[in-house]
Design a protein around this ligand. Structure first.
Ligand code: IMP
Length: 478
């Protein structure tokens, strides 16, 4: 027995976080404007910027996910709501923009102008392709056709019959050119037998041009991820029909029940699944070797701005430490899985440090809660605007039903989160532009032109005094 506890101490690793390290300047061959911030969120999903918004109910609903994906990052829709609400939020993101719309609303030739009018109003659309029983395109009826026509008139007598159509394989540029030439706003897509297969609208194609950096799927729709509990397979399966990826959202992933439930979930859903949160090398080794096809690692425990986990329990794996541990574990396994640094990130320097230690992207709650597009309420205190940011394990969030299995009563008898008012920062677009400019500047100092070069080239230094244990000369693993 003697000496066991001393050796536990002597072999204890040193933990560190954003305040403990700085990025060392290195030889640079590129200007900040030439730095490429493209990265991966999961093994199959690429991002144009390494920014991800947290699945929290004061941070990510549809509006945030749309705004962030348009800028080049991705949002993870929170799960502190019913399955239907969460699925609808995901659907709203997927429907917000697409090059070719596939679930086209149509009308039959024997219906009336009155029917078309009502239908268009109900769905807020301005035109309907007219198809026969076989799905063949007969014409198109638009707001202009119905507005002044007799409501009892049959569609077939009111529609435009000479429809300009496109074939599958048309490019966005060709579609714009065709619509401009014919002064039309809707372009039905048909197959070789004249059957309707989709619809291109001018608005959607124009939006593509407005957001050239947007992160989109193969069909031109914005990408979005959704948070799930590993124990709610039903929710995961419903979300998997629409979302691009699922993010397992538990405070402590390194738990046998969580790992075995996730193993099953991954097999069932058939889309990329990010696991987390993870904090140690052992946790990553255990999880990645037990679950087939892990698509991403969300790492960091206890560092969130509204997190009280470490304060209450003295348990935690600070975000930067967790990134380094995960990167080491992946190297040991020879696995190429993107790491998402999560918790406590306040600005571009923190993101640069996370990338320098092996992360591929940074997840932020505090930063995005402060934006116009977050679902949180705004208040004004002494002339300054603030938005609410609250932990998903805070008493208020726990009161909402679906946070139950993460930090609250049945699992744990104590809240592990709090809430705060964060100064309002404006639109996601400007916040992201500032983060990207700061990150490019940081990478310029580090001499790294890409995220991969950050892993390979960037050097970091300890900030003296921040590591008491280190200064006392304890043996470390590093
Ligand atoms: P932030 O960017 O510093 O605000 O940290 C956001 C992260 O904190 C989230 O992505 C979660 O991992 C974590 N988190 C959210 N709610 C809680 C909580 O109530 N307790 C502990 N951690 C939380």
């Amino acid at each position: 027995m003697a000496g066991r506890f001393t050796s536990k101490l002597l072999n204890a690793p040193i933990v560190f976080n954003f305040k403990d390290l700085i990025l060392l300047p290195g030889l640079s061959r590129v200007e900040p404007s030439e730095i490429d911030l493209r990265t991966r969120f999961t093994t199959n999903i690429e991002l144009n910027l390494p920014f991800v918004s947290s699945p929290m109910d004061t941070v990510t609903e549809s509006e945030m996910a749309i705004a962030l994906a348009r800028q080049g990052g991705i949002g993870v829709i929170h799960r502190n709501c019913t399955v239907e609400e969460q699925v609808n939020m995901v659907k709203r993101v997927k429907r917000s923009e697409s090059f070719i719309i596939r679930d086209v609303l149509t009308i039959g030739p024997e219906m009336t102008v009155g029917d078309a009018h009502r239908y268009m109003r109900e769905h807020s659309i301005s035109g309907l392709p007219v198809i026969d029983g076989e799905g063949r395109l007969l014409g198109i009826i638009t707001g202009r056709d119905v507005r002044f026509a007799d409501p009892s008139l049959k569609i077939k007598d009111a529609m435009t019959k000479d429809v300009i159509t496109a074939h599958e394989g048309i490019t966005p540029e060709e579609a714009i050119e065709l619509m401009r030439r014919h002064k039309i706003e809707k372009l039905p897509v048909v197959d070789k037998d004249g059957r309707l297969t989709g619809l291109i609208t001018y608005k959607d194609v124009a939006l593509r041009k407005m957001y050239p950096n947007a992160v989109r799927d193969e069909q031109g729709r914005l990408r979005v991820a959704a948070a799930v509990s590993p124990f709610n397979l039903n929710r995961a399966k419903k979300l998997a029909k629409y979302a691009d990826a699922l993010v397992i959202d538990v405070a402590h992933f390194h738990n046998s029940n969580v790992i075995s439930a996730t193993k099953k979930l991954v097999k069932e859903v058939g889309i990329d699944v990010v696991i987390g949160n993870l904090g140690t090398r052992e946790a990553v080794l255990d999880s990645v070797s037990k679950i087939d096809e892990v698509a991403g690692l969300r790492v960091g425990i206890g560092s969130g701005s509204v997190c009280t986990t470490t304060q209450i329990t003295k348990a935690g794996a600070p975000t930067l430490f967790a990134v380094a541990q995960a990167a080491d574990a992946l190297a040991e396994l020879g696995a190429d899985i993107p790491i998402i640094a999560d918790g406590g990130i306040k600005g571009p320097g923190d993101i640069a440090l996370a990338l320098a230690l092996g992360a591929s992207s940074a997840m932020m709650g505090y930063v995005f809660a402060a934006c116009k597009e977050s679902p949180s309420p705004m208040t004004i205190i002494k002339g300054t605007y603030y938005k609410l940011h609250r932990g998903m394990g805070s008493p208020e969030a726990r009161r909402k039903r679906y946070a139950l299995d993460r930090y609250s009563q049945p699992a744990k008898g104590i809240p592990e989160g709090t809430e705060m008012w964060v100064p309002y920062k404006g639109e996601v677009a400007s916040v992201v532009a500032e983060l990207a400019a700061g990150l490019r500047a940081a990478m310029g100092y580090a001499g790294a032109a890409t995220v991969r070069e950050m892993w390979e080239k960037a050097r970091v230094a300890w900030v003296p005094g921040s590591l008491e244990g280190f200064n006392r000369g304890l043996k470390t693993e590093f």
